[in-house]
Design a protein around this ligand. Structure first.
Ligand code: NAD
Ligand code: MG
Length: 398
């Protein structure tokens, strides 16, 4: 049964990997979904093309210059799109009364304010922007409870866990018989690279993920396994788990997207081809199911599945993230901010790959962890960590 009126969808980060996959799914179901707003940041030509194709009511760009460019480019077309700008524009469309669903697919801390605006407005929020939840976890989840927003995970692992949990899991993991969450990880492109060679790996090698095609920041995070560290923190908030209840399992084929281990010995898993259109379709249609365009899983082609324990010497970022999860307070926000600066510096070839973890460690050691009682505390921690990371960069970077 499809809804009478198409759902109005706001796609934040429409020009990115997740944004484009979301639009691909939406275009398969025009009777169910309509694009209400799109946002882009640097790829304005692409945003223009998406506006012409999807005819949203609003498009959001970073600043006045970009707004002028887009307005002028659209003026010759038959498409009437209102162009908004900056964080205020993003928050306005995310909380717009006519919007039903918000895809939060901006990368990094830049997505925090608009994602929280969608949550505060009680929207159905499809969360890809894990950094927002990592930074502000307790406040974010409290805002979900206060507004009655429906929060659905897009990260393939968390979407898998969500699918393997009973619908009443919010009663508490122990109450519903969960022993552990098994968070799978591909291990990224450097799973078997000799440790001594990691100092020489390039951004291109780091971004060439064996199984998934993704934006550059999350690709580097996958190579360092900081992505799995952020996902560990994300899982703790989404499912009210303790860090010790979440075990990371390297599974190089990326067919099992995560598992839930129950006290009776049952282990439930969600499997599928590594294509983000599956979790996106799941969350868009939940609790129904719709076609995503993803090919059926061919187990005979997969043939085998392997599992390994992660090596924290190879992947120190995973250890740093687990420590931040256990420390709580502002620690995850500090970790996230230092990582964002480090990844950007690595992509600009200012630091070597192993220095990503070195920089984050230095920032975490320099900055005391504080209790978070308001968003200002999180934002201040984020700003301080960026200052410290940039300071480190000016001394150690190229
Ligand atoms: P991407 O780099 O491909 O796209 C990022 C989007 O954010 C783009 O639309 C860009 O214009 C926008 N953006 C970038 N900086 C911005 C800023 N300062 N202000 C406003 N907008 C800005 O990234 P992606 O791979 O699509 O990832 C998006 C989010 O989804 C990330 O948080 C990532 O961790 C998460 N995620 C991605 C995947 C994946 O398969 N790509 C899987 C799981 C989770
Ligand atoms: Mg993931």
């Amino acid at each position: 049964m499809s809804p009478a009126r198409p759902q109005q969808v706001c796609v934040l980060g429409a020009t990115g990997s997740i944004g484009l996959s979301t639009l691909d799914v939406i275009s398969r179901h025009p009777e169910r979904y309509q694009v209400f707003a799109l946002s882009g940041f640097s790829r304005l030509d692409q945003l223009l093309a998406l506006c012409l194709l999807y005819r949203p009511r609003y498009a959001v760009v970073p600043d006045a210059r970009a707004a002028t460019f887009l307005r002028e480019a659209l003026s010759g077309s038959a498409v009437a799109v209102e162009v908004l700008q900056g964080e205020a524009g993003l928050c306005d469309v995310a909380a717009h009364p006519e919007v039903d669903t918000v895809m939060a697919a901006i990368v990094g801390a830049a997505g925090l304010a608009p994602t929280l605006a969608a949550v505060a407005a009680g929207k159905k929020v499809l969360l890809a922007n894990k950094e927002a939840l990592v930074m502000s976890g307790a406040l974010f989840m409290q805002a979900v409870r206060n507004s009655g927003a429906v929060l659905l995970p897009i990260d393939s692992e968390h979407n898998a866990i969500f699918q393997c949990l009973p619908t009443d899991y919010a009663r508490g993991l122990a109450q519903v018989g969960v022993r552990r969450i098994l968070l799978t990880a591909s291990g990224g492109p450097f799973r078997e690279t000799p440790l001594a060679a990691l100092g020489e790996v390039t951004p291109e090698q780091a971004c060439a993920h064996p199984n998934w095609s993704m934006g550059r920041k999350i690709s580097v995070d996958s190579a360092s396994m900081m992505n799995k560290g952020l996902e560990l923190i994300e899982a703790c908030w989404l499912f009210d788990a303790r860090p010790a209840q979440v075990e990371v399992v390297i599974h190089p084929q990326s067919v099992i997207h995560s598992l839930v281990d129950y006290v009776d010995g049952s282990v439930l898993a969600q499997l599928g081809n590594p294509d983000m259109r599956t979790p996106i379709s799941h969350a868009l249609a939940w609790p129904e199911r719709i076609d995503s365009g993803v090919a059926p899983l061919d187990l005979f082609a997969v043939a085998r599945m392997d599992f390994q324990r992660p090596d924290e010497q190879r992947f120190p970022c995973l250890r740093l993230a687990r420590q931040a999860a256990e420390a709580g307070g502002t620690a995850p926000a500090l970790l996230n901010a230092a990582n964002e600066v480090a990844v950007a510096a690595f992509l600009e070839r200012r630091i070597r790959f192993p220095e990503i973890a070195g920089m984050i460690d230095a920032v975490l050691n320099a900055e005391p962890v504080q209790v978070v009682e308001a968003l200002e505390v999180v934002l201040a921690a984020d700003a301080r960590a960026r200052t410290l990371a940039n300071h480190w960069l000016s001394r150690h970077g190229r």
